[in-house]
Ligand binder design. Structure first.
Ligand code: FAD
Length: 474
């Protein structure tokens, strides 16, 4: 770890090394941008929060060169079940939502995956360090000043304080973002009632599972969720439930053990509770994502109920959208207004995603989706910058190929995806002829014909179509 006492010059200061801040750091470092990240905790997250890694995040991790590490750290997503207890017969298996199983081979080279946030953060941290990012744990960002030609702040750690000067700053300091409040940026949305409790525990649940694999289960008898955590080789479990009156202080672990026993259907179980977190959520979006040279990403920019598993993934997508723009600005290669597009592109997507998470939080598990529920794969792959009124997302299986949409995957006969040919640090021109129809898997040729055939498609470093032209049209 770098010496916290020495003053620091950087292109970008990232305040907060959670999922979004570490993704931003790694992506900025991939561009060769000098980035310093300060995280006030001494380690990456210890308590598992996000587990569902959606297919878009997997594509981002692939571009970053860490898809394999994530695959090794987690396990395939196995969907969700509703039952009375884990030990019960699970007659009410709920088929995994299509977005969690089928967003694979056809529309993306990646699959949605299950990997705990506390396992992904070290992967991103390692990758950021490998790419040259300056990472400082146990270091808080204080006294941030956003000026006309740069930002400055104090980095405060055990060894003392240092001044950091950077051209831009990213506030990735989480849902309670002090930076957002300091800058007077309000949030719009609505509160979500209740306090949730999450307890991580170890227990041998073999008697309840009887050889079955369960990734996530709603145990009705206990009003609680159980989530498999870790990986098959290092299995822990997480209990998610709501805080009930009188459950405080020293009595809380005892109550949680009772709920684990009720949820598993194993009355004699002695679960070893390793950590407990209580948290409240809401459905909020920041009124602005930019304050001069400072940009909000992740939970600092939007807070949503965990239903649908969108929270962390949306933060990673924010980082992906912002990193190449900041890198261009730091190289002096920023076309006029490029940095403004971070807010104009991501804020409407955040509003849409928060609304969808809220809708899912109010749905009865096992019941059909309400008509206004947007398919999660369409939400994360079919986005449009900016969203079109009335049709905010498109079907990723039938992409329009319009500027502002994700450049679609087509499988190539050599086993790669067209996405693998995109340069994550520069614009890529896909010109029909350089890759030809004959290089495309037969089953993907209709999509090739619809989007790429006979055109020159310019793809941004974040895999979004920048422009489309026909040869000869300049
Ligand atoms: C139970 C639960 C389940 C969830 N499941 C999912 C899921 O399946 N999929 C999904 O995508 N999301 C999920 N989420 C949401 C996800 O965990 C969050 O959206 C994600 O952690 C946000 O990442 P972040 O980096 O924006 O913020 P955080 O992870 O909160 O990180 C912010 C960091 O900033 C640091 N910090 C704050 N102030 C300062 C400062 N002044 N200086 C230095 N550092 C500072 C904090 O210490 C913290 O580490 C879940 C959340 C919960 C609670």
């Amino acid at each position: 770890m770098a010496d916290v006492m020495a003053d620091v010059e950087a292109d970008v200061l990232v305040a907060g090394g959670g999922l979004a801040g570490l993704a931003a750091a790694a992506l900025l470092a991939l561009h060769g941008t000098r980035v310093v990240v300060a995280e006030r905790r001494p380690t990456t997250s210890l308590h598992p929060k996000a587990r569902l890694v959606n297919v878009r995040s997997m594509e981002i991790y692939r571009a970053l060169g860490v898809e394999r590490d994530v695959l090794e750290a987690g396990e395939p997503n196995a969907g969700f079940v509703v039952a009375d207890t884990l030990a019960g017969e699970h007659a009410t298996w709920v088929a995994p939502p299509p977005e969690e199983t089928s967003a694979a081979d056809d529309v993306s080279p990646c699959r949605p995956y299950s990997c705990d946030q506390q396992r992904i953060e070290p992967i991103l941290l390692r990758r950021a360090a490998e790419l040259g990012a300056d990472l400082r744990l146990a270091t808080a960002v204080e006294g941030l000043v956003v000026g006309g030609d740069g930002v400055s702040a104090r980095l405060c750690g055990k060894g003392g304080a240092a001044t950091v000067r950077a051209r831009y700053a990213i506030a990735a300091d989480g849902a309670r973002s002090a930076l957002r409040r300091q800058l007077g940026i309000g949030m719009h949305g609505e509160p979500v009632a209740g306090t949730a409790v999450s307890a991580l525990f170890r227990a041998d649940l073999g008697r309840a599972l009887r050889g079955r694999h369960v990734d996530a289960i709603l145990c009705r008898s206990a009003e609680a969720f159980l989530f498999a955590r870790g990986s098959p080789a290092d299995r822990t479990w997480q209990l998610g439930t709501h805080l009930r009156p009188g459950w405080d202080g020293a009595a809380l672990p005892g109550h949680l053990r009772d709920v684990v026993r009720a949820a598993t259907g194993l009355p004699d179980l002695r679960p070893a509770i390793e950590s407990v977190q209580t948290w409240t959520t809401g459905a909020w979006v920041a009124d602005r994502f930019r304050h001069g040279r400072l940009f909000l990403i992740g939970d600092a920019a939007h807070v949503m109920p965990p239903y649908g598993g969108f929270g962390g993934n949306t933060g990673v997508a924010d980082a992906h959208n912002l990193a190449w723009k900041l890198a261009a600005a730091c190289r002096g290669a920023e076309p006029a207004g490029l940095l403004d597009t971070y807010q104009s592109e991501r804020l409407p997507i955040a509003e849409l995603t928060v609304a969808q998470a809220l809708l899912r939080s109010r749905k009865t598990p096992g019941r059909p989706a309400p008509p206004d529920q947007v398919d999660a794969t369409a939400l994360v792959l079919g986005f449009r910058y900016p969203p079109a009124a009335g049709a905010p997302v498109e079907d990723p299986a039938a992409p329009s190929g319009e500027p502002g949409t994700r450049a679609p995957h087509v499988g190539l006969t050599d086993g790669r995806s067209l996405l693998d040919l995109f340069d994550p640090t520069a614009h890529t021109l896909v010109a029909d002829g350089e890759v030809s129809r004959a290089d495309v898997l037969p089953g993907h040729r209709a999509r090739w014909d619809a989007v790429y055939a006979g055109r020159r498609v310019l793809v941004r470093p974040d895999g979004v179509i920048a422009s489309v032209s026909s040869p000869g049209s300049g």
